[in-house]
Design a binder for this molecule. Structure first.
Ligand code: FES
Length: 143
């Protein structure tokens, strides 16, 4: 209640951040400052919300954003091995973007496709029942 009075538009902050991210796939420092100014919410709080949610990115992302699930169903179906495989294929670690700006990798929570574990999304398109061979083919199509 106290925060709501201090920051009246705070409840609408997440949709604003999501809308901003939808434009370029990430939220720049400039955009965070603009949102802070528009809403009257301190930049520290705007930044705090933007970095709290795993689906929001405050750094420039690759053309293809790979979000690979590591929640229980996927984990039990070797998602960790797939994550290591993708990192090796792209020569980056999770949370990083390739030098050519083509791929970013993020480990995420359940994407609702547990029956197709292990699963991942690339730019919101879901891929399931993954194997290293399947991933290799999917990445090849993106290259
Ligand atoms: S646990 Fe991976 S999609 Fe649900």
């Amino acid at each position: 209640m106290e925060d709501k009075e201090a920051y009246p538009d705070c409840l609408g902050l997440l949709p604003k951040l999501e809308k901003e991210q939808a434009k370029k796939g990430w939220i720049s420092e400039q955009a965070l400052k603009r949102i802070s100014k528009e809403t009257g919410i301190p930049i520290s709080r705007v930044y705090g919300v933007a970095t709290f949610y795993a689906h929001l990115h405050t750094e420039k992302q690759g053309k293809y954003i790979i979000e690979i699930c590591n929640s229980p169903s996927c984990y039990l179906n070797s998602s960790l091995n797939l994550i290591k495989f993708i990192e090796k294929e792209l020569k980056i670690k999770s949370g990083q973007t390739t030098k050519n700006g083509k791929f970013s990798i993020h480990i995420c929570s359940c994407i609702g496709c547990c029956d197709k574990a292990p699963a991942m999304m690339i730019n919101k398109k879901v891929y399931g029942n993954l194997t290293e061979e399947k991933v290799k083919k999917i990445l090849k199509k993106c290259r």
